[in-house]
Design a binder for this molecule. Structure first.
Ligand code: HDE
Length: 715
């Protein structure tokens, strides 16, 4: 074949432009609909300058070595229809890199989402700890990752599960990680049981089902045999297992930690994160619908709220206890991670506030590659002998070496401390630093003796001397090794938790047990589940036994009545409505001005209006956010009916919002939807009036989370 036989579109390289012409990129330039979004840095602030400063968005496509690439859509072939040539290094490099794009997902907490923010201390902890980021007015950049525990990376957000709440503080004294959960107790008292509880909870190994669920035999087999899991199981089956939003979730350090003050005095603490938006959960049916309609619901909710300027906030607090050798407070063993200390006995003192202000620029680089570890500590914060915490101290680094491909993951930008690093660690997979000099050892003279040891009195991390209990023997049983009966008590706190909830909350918990045990195939496991329940509360066991069609067993443990802790219920108070969404239902006759007026009032109250109509596009100049084909009630916290289009999907929307206790308002013809659905216009959380009155009432209803009085007898 000669050159003139080859059609011009297959010639390689393409015919160069004449010398005076601009480069190909400048010739074409981005089309008007291909302009990139504004650039933002990790704090959310716009990055000045043109788009070429952003990695990978310079004007010219290149190979990884920087050579220009003219055609990335066609491989080099022997003739137009011939075989592909091995010589095409761009083809091979492009696909080879793609072949290696995935890293192993986290063994637990694989599904997560994260945000950047800032932590501001109020100084209340300054007398307790020498940690400088807790001194008055200290501001510390943070990166926070929320997660589910059991599901794979691609699993749904709204499943019933514990949630991870991991905070990385980039302090001037090094990174401090508080790797916590949204539930203050854990399934096990000893780290050595962790593989057991996770193997039991993960999908069953023969068919790898169910995904991201605890409603299966292996989970219930384990927790009913291993009764120290009762407390955590109760929390999981309660509304805490179904958060409405990461923004409305409490966080807990779970373990007891030790704070060390400037003068060396120590105290024991439990850490708490309290969301300013209140603790709020989804209803079970909502979570099921959402998992199908929008499996990324929590991820989207957090990112949307931050992008819209509704930075979520949490108060950081501590419960403080005297550091005694017994580690006991009011009979509660502080080294037992299956126990809480009720806030009524030890109030949570606020020591600072966390504010999440910016979404990650790149999910993989930041959210996926971030590495949290309970050993990332700063001077003034120490671990205790909690046997669960002790095991965590080696597991995180170990798993990260395999997940992130070697020991140098601390050099990844998201993991890099905001403090000088002079560790003398060298080489290894993915080493990206170019360390100068020869003296990677101590002592040395060739490096001028540097780095010097940090001073004990000043900036060094030095464990404070604490008494070690006399080692009478190497013991394996928890109760003996820690020497406290509290470890052997598995039921009094779950009972206290259950009795602290409202009747409505208790009913949710009873229904959750009925569902989860009902999904178990083994009757023996169901019976053991009832045994666990009757040891906590007779009425609860009675209800679930009825649902399972089994007899209620007799308790094999005494019911101990601790004082209820009202703080454990989620049903109190009213809260800011920041970032809540309200559907504005309109039709083709609705006036754009009326919609704009209501939207402005909602936006001023920091609520996000979303216009819903039969079709997309615009109506009287108002952009439609959701058509009837793309909306479902679970996306909204409230609905304002500005029109009453006759469509079964509108009726379904309102029926579901009614059933889920959501705020409903109707103006003018909008009231016809309520009439069609048989909804009482005077019911709690329902308002029919003029636009201004309805908007005001809707905001009040939103601040109470739901119209509980409509859906629960005792609310
Ligand atoms: Fe974890 N846990 N864990 N855990 N954990 C991990 O570390 C482990 C425990 C928690 O967003 C892993 O980097 C052991 C309690 C969170 O990246 C792994 C034990 C609490 C996250 C690991 C526990 C947690 C993890 C998997 C029993 C609440 C996600 C990936 C001794 C206080 C962090 C990784 C993120 C992640 C081990 C128990 C919280 C395997 C051995 C208790 C929030 O190392």
């Amino acid at each position: 074949m000669t050159d003139h036989d080859i059609p011009s579109e297959f010639t390689h390289p393409p015919t160069p432009p004449d010398e005076d012409a601009a480069t190909p990129c400048e010739q074409a330039g981005p089309a008007p609909d291909q302009q990139g979004p504004a650039l933002r840095g990790p704090t959310g602030a716009p990055i000045p300058g043109d788009a070429s400063v952003r990695a990978q968005q310079g004007p010219r496509l290149t190979t990884p070595q920087g050579a220009g690439v003219a055609d990335t859509d066609h491989a080099l072939k022997a003739g137009p229809r011939g075989p592909t040539l091995l010589q095409d290094f761009h083809l091979r490099e492009k696909i080879t890199h793609f072949d290696h794009e995935r890293i192993p997902e986290r063994a637990v907490h694989a599904r997560g989402t994260a945000a950047h923010g800032v932590f501001v201390a109020n100084g209340a902890a300054a007398s307790l700890t020498r940690a400088k980021f807790l001194a008055a007015d200290a501001r510390t950049p943070v990166f926070v990752r929320f997660s589910t525990v059991l599901g794979s990376r691609g699993s749904a957000d709204t499943v019933r599960d514990t949630r991870g709440f991991a905070v990385k503080f980039y302090t001037g004294e090094g990174v401090y990680d508080l790797v916590g959960n949204n539930i203050p107790v854990f399934f096990i008292q000893e780290a050595i049981k962790f593989p057991d509880v996770i193997h039991a909870g993960k999908p069953e190994p023969d068919r790898e089902i169910p995904q991201a669920q605890s409603a299966h035999d292996t989970f219930w087999d384990f927790v009913t045999l291993h009764t120290e899991a009762t407390a955590h199981t109760f929390w999981n089956m309660s509304d805490r297992g179904l958060p409405r939003s990461y923004r409305m979730m409490e966080g807990f350090g779970v373990h007891t930690y030790r704070l060390v003050a400037e003068d060396g005095t120590t105290s024991l603490v439990k850490f708490h994160w309290k969301p300013r938006l209140g603790v709020h959960s989804m209803l079970w049916e909502e979570t099921q619908m959402t998992a199908g309609f929008d499996p990324d619901f929590h991820r989207r909710d957090l990112a949307d709220a931050i992008e819209a300027g509704f930075a979520p906030e949490w108060d950081f607090g501590v419960q403080v206890f005297p550091d005694t050798p017994e580690h006991l407070f009011e009979g509660i063993d502080l080294l037992d991670p299956t126990k809480i200390v009720p806030e009524e006995l030890a109030p949570v003192q606020t020591i600072g506030t966390l504010r999440l202000t910016a979404n990650p620029e790149n999910f993989f680089a930041e959210t996926e590659q971030v590495a949290f570890c309970p050993t990332h500590l700063v001077p003034g914060i120490e671990v205790t002998d909690d046997p669960l915490l002790q095991g965590r101290l080696f597991s995180y680094l170990d798993t990260q070496i395999s997940r992130l491909g070697g020991p140098n993951f601390t050099q990844l930008p998201i993991n890099t401390p905001h403090a000088d690093v002079n560790d003398l660690f060298r080489d290894g997979m993915h080493q990206s630093a170019v360390h100068p000099g020869v003296a990677a050892y101590k002592p040395n003279s060739l490096g001028g003796g540097c780095p010097y040891a940090a001073s004990f009195a000043g900036e060094a991390y030095v464990e404070s001397p604490t008494p070690i209990p006399p080692p009478t023997a190497k013991l394996r049983t928890s109760a003996n090794s820690v020497g406290s009966v509290s470890f052997a008590d598995h039921y009094s706190q779950p009972r206290m938790f259950y009795r602290s909830l409202t009747t409505g909350e208790q009913q949710h918990l009873a229904d959750a047990f009925s569902f989860e045990l009902g999904k178990c195939q083994s009757e023996a496991i169901q019976r053991r589940g009832l045994q666990m329940l009757v040891n906590v509360d007779d009425g609860l066991a009675d209800y679930v036994a009825g649902q399972l069609g089994l007899d209620k067993p007799a308790p094999n443990s005494d019911n101990v009545d601790l004082a209820p802790s009202p703080a454990l219920s989620q049903r109190h108070g009213s809260f800011p409505v920041d970032g809540r969404t309200v559907a504005l239902l309109i039709d083709d006759t609705t006036s754009g001005d009326a919609v704009r007026e209501v939207s402005t009032a909602l936006e001023e109250a920091r609520v996000r209006p979303m216009v819903v109509a039969a079709h997309g596009g615009t109506i009287d100049g108002v952009p439609v956010a959701r058509s009837f084909a793309t909306m479902r009630s679970v996306e909204f916290d409230g609905v304002l009916l500005l029109a009453g289009p006759a469509d079964p999907r509108v009726d379904l929307l309102v029926e579901e919002m009614w059933r889920h206790g959501k705020a409903i308002g109707a103006v003018g013809t909008g009231a016809s939807v309520l009439e069609r659905a048989g909804i009482d216009a005077d019911a709690p959380g329902v308002t029919v009036a003029d636009a201004t009155t309805v908007t005001g009432t809707l905001l009040t209803d939103l601040s109470e989370h739901r119209a509980w009085a409509r859906i629960e007898a005792d609310a």
